[in-house]
Design a protein around this ligand. Structure first.
Ligand code: TXA
Ligand code: MG
Length: 320
């Protein structure tokens, strides 16, 4: 495994070549870091599952460099999905669509659908463009963490998660801290209306305004498998408790205007909701690095990005 930060043309070429050779490339995106492989190479995709420790029936998102790649992978694309792609790509949104034969079951978890995203991080886009110029069709990439753990938003976090699982031929690209900080909004585009499977920075209101439809938040298609939908997910080793009552030695996360309880260890103090999302996973990881056993988190209030953050916090706190 080589970690590299100089974003030269040569580096991008080497990373694209590594993908073509069937190796893994960890790359930055604006949401979280992704663990990438050539989406049509069965052996390379199999390595994603073993490095991540993820069950093979959990589908992967395929990353493409532009909306032009949509029809390589997807069929029966409804008009509202095109509108969404035009409005929010490149960006933190994944569309689930009926798949074409290029999307093999080893990447879709055996389902008839495929998840597609155009990320906006410049390094990710350059990598995807270069990979496609040399004949690649798309890069399959889950978040670059072990299954069930917190997604990495920095290269240091990637190393903590996967450093001992990657091979010497694999590459890690350092693109700084992810700006959004939580995973993409996932939208099921199989029906006559969009259904949000995982909330994110492309908010319910943004989807409603773009498509002219009303989103029913209770309408989750149950025939679809998304590991981000498992009730317990995104968990640090420390126990996550939602609220404001902390004891001495507990980690504490809340907006900057909420006072740290006596003896608690402040992990992050965001000044707005975007900062809350961006720094949340760093805060959760910091607790583990410091060996804390509990993290008390005061969830942010409001709709939009705040409700996406609450979704992750509820899952991190579930059953522990
Ligand atoms: O922001 C993100 O989406 C990041 C970056 C790297 O792009 N990726 C990410 O991937 O979060 P992952 O695999 O950790 O979470 C993607 C979720 C999983 O829960 C997966 O089951 C779901 O998307 N998914 C992928 N393809 C799907 C499909 N065809 N049908 C239903 N769910 C799908
Ligand atoms: Mg993940």
């Amino acid at each position: 495994m080589r970690v590299t930060s100089e974003c030269t043309e040569d580096l991008i070429k080497r990373a694209a070549q590594a993908l073509s050779d069937g190796n893994l490339v960890v790359f930055p995106t604006e949401t979280v870091y992704g663990l990438g492989a050539d989406a049509v190479n069965e052996n390379a995709v199999a390595r994603i599952y073993s490095v991540k420790g993820r069950p093979i029936d959990h589908p992967l998102i395929i990353h493409i460099s532009s909306i032009n790649g949509l029809t390589d992978w997807a069929n029966e694309i409804p008009g509202y999905a095109i509108k969404l792609a035009r409005s929010f790509w490149p960006g933190p949104m994944t569309l689930i669509l009926p798949k074409k034969s290029l999307a093999k079951s080893f990447v879709t978890g055996g389902q008839g659908t495929v998840g597609l995203r155009v990320p906006s991080h410049p390094l990710a886009l350059e990598l995807l463009k270069q990979f496609e110029r040399s004949g690649g069709k798309g890069v399959a990439a889950p978040s670059a963490n072990r299954f069930g753990a917190v997604s990495p938003t920095t290269v240091e976090a990637v190393n903590d998660e996967l450093g001992s699982y990657l091979a010497t031929e694999d590459l890690v690209l350092d693109g700084g801290q992810s700006k959004v900080g939580i995973e993409s909004t996932i939208i099921d585009c199989r029906g006559s209306n969009p259904v949000i499977l995982r909330p994110g920075a492309v908010t319910v209101q943004m989807v409603e305004e773009c498509t002219g439809t009303i989103i029913d938040l209770n309408q989750r298609s149950n025939t679809i498998r998304a590991s981000g939908l498992l009730e317990r997910h995104y968990s640090p080793r420390a126990q996550v408790l939602l609220g404001e009552k902390a004891e001495a030695g507990d980690g504490f996360i809340a907006m900057v205007n909420v006072k740290t309880p006596d003896g608690a260890i402040r992990l992050t103090s965001p000044t707005n909701i975007e900062e809350y999302a961006r720094d949340l996973y760093i805060g959760l990881r910091m607790a583990d690095q410091q060996g804390l056993s509990r993290i008390i988190v005061k969830s942010p209030e409001g709709e939009g990005l705040a409700s996406a953050i609450r979704d992750r916090l509820n899952k991190a706190a579930f059953g522990k």
